[in-house]
Design a protein around this ligand. Structure first.
Ligand SMILES: *Cc1c(COP(=O)(O)O)cnc(C)c1O
Length: 389
């Protein structure tokens, strides 16, 4: 893991304003207010001209939320950031804010399920979409249409962890006037900076590694000031999916330990992945460290987080369920990125056709390696995999 020292400083820094005597709080104050009053009506009118950068009403802007936004914008090398109530609120705001009837969206790589469900609902508003699971640039170029307005991708994806060449994709889109957006949740702003490769918009769910303790749901978008402004005016303020000041404070607290947590997630994640790769009951481990495009991975990623998957040789649902149920340290749950290790499978026992359409093997199990220590996790897997022989 090669973190940028400036990023570590940004994560750890406090953001509390100093009092009159110069004393500053070590923890950013939670500004629990719905509204801000002004000394004169003229001052209020002036502030209302730009509610994104002025404190008028907490559905628009709030100082605690703004402190989190400043940090996330700096970490992603973007001009501006807007925080949202959830990752899905952030992603929804991109679609509602930027698209119109007749537009086409191309989804690249395995994309978060609810993102695709949202795209299906947008058919009602005349917005079409396709999914391109082949992450090669030629395949992506072939899937574009004259009316493609947005390419939305994940890299690495969060099932098979395949990598898309971000610079090549950004160039392909730029010459055609297509907006590009990435869900960068797996890598966090510390491990991948898509804006540096020419991607226009970066989405995060703060629910995963950034919050890091499975105690908040939060989201964020980072991009140019113009684009974030457009989304702010046309979606954020109107849909109302705001991050509350308390959740923003938890997000800030999560950011302060993100660099140290990621270092252990990476170290233990790779150790557990390597253990699984050598296990006779495992056919294949899907982890960016084992990607078949090592050049692109090296260029784009400064390290790995702790989420990856493994495919059992015996891919029937009973075996998948038996292994999951036998685990003690890995809790059985959705989501990932917290201090506790988690396990899940896309195989639900009744969705074979869907798995086939998504190119997902039936024996796939996804792990989120937490902070319990690799030795405990490996001995847990050892006994659970005995049930898969
Ligand atoms: C969890 C997740 C989301 C959704 O985030 P919420 O905060 O739950 O809305 C989006 N993208 C990815 C990759 C996720 O894992």
């Amino acid at each position: 893991m090669q973190l940028d020292p400036a990023d570590i400083a940004t994560c750890v820094a406090d953001d509390g304003p100093a009092y009159a005597d110069g004393a500053a709080p070590a923890s950013t104050p939670i500004v629990a207010t719905s509204l801000f009053s002004f000394p004169t009506f003229d001052a209020l009118i002036a502030a209302m001209r730009d509610e994104r950068t002025h404190h008028v009403y907490t559905r628009g802007q709030n100082p605690t939320v703004e402190a989190a936004e400043r940090k996330l914008a700096a970490l992603e090398h973007g001009d501006a950031c807007k925080c949202f109530a959830s990752g899905m609120a952030a992603i929804s705001a991109v679609f509602v804010g930027l698209l119109r009837a007749g537009d086409h969206v191309l989804f690249v790589n395995q994309v978060y399920g609810p993102t695709l469900q949202l795209a299906k609902h947008l058919h009602r508003f005349g917005i079409e979409h396709d999914v391109e699971l082949d992450v090669g640039i030629e395949a992506i170029a072939r899937a574009l249409r004259p009316n493609t307005r947005l390419i939305w991708l994940e890299s690495p994806g969060t099932m098979l962890f395949r990598t898309v060449d971000l610079a090549a994709l950004a160039e392909l889109a730029r010459v055609r006037g297509i907006v590009t957006g990435i869900d960068n949740t797996w890598a966090t702003p510390l491990l991948q900076k898509p804006i540096d490769f020419g991607i226009d918009l970066v989405a995060h769910t703060g629910t995963k590694y950034i919050g890091g303790h499975s105690d908040i749901v939060a989201g964020a978008l980072i991009g140019s000031s113009e684009r974030i402004d457009e989304i702010f005016r046309r979606a954020f303020m109107l849909l109302g999916g705001i991050l509350g000041p308390f959740e923003a404070w938890l997000l800030l607290r999560g950011l302060r330990t993100l660099p140290v947590r990621l270092a252990q997630h990476e170290r233990d994640g790779v150790r557990v992945a390597e253990y699984l790769r050598g296990h006779p009951a495992v056919r294949r481990v899907y982890h960016p460290a084992f990607d078949d495009q090592p050049e692109a991975v090296r260029r784009q990623l400064r390290g790995y987080s702790g989420v990856f998957s493994a495919e059992l040789k015996r891919g029937d649902f009973d075996t998948v369920r038996r292994v999951i149920d036998a685990l003690h340290h890995f809790r059985i749950a959705v989501s990932w990125g917290g201090v506790e290790s988690l396990v899940i499978s896309p195989n639900r026992g009744d969705n074979r056709a869907w798995l086939q359409r998504q190119n997902l093997p039936t024996g796939l199990i996804r792990f989120s390696v937490g902070l319990e220590g690799a030795d405990s996790l490996i001995s847990d897997l050892e006994q659970a995999l005995d049930t898969a022989r």
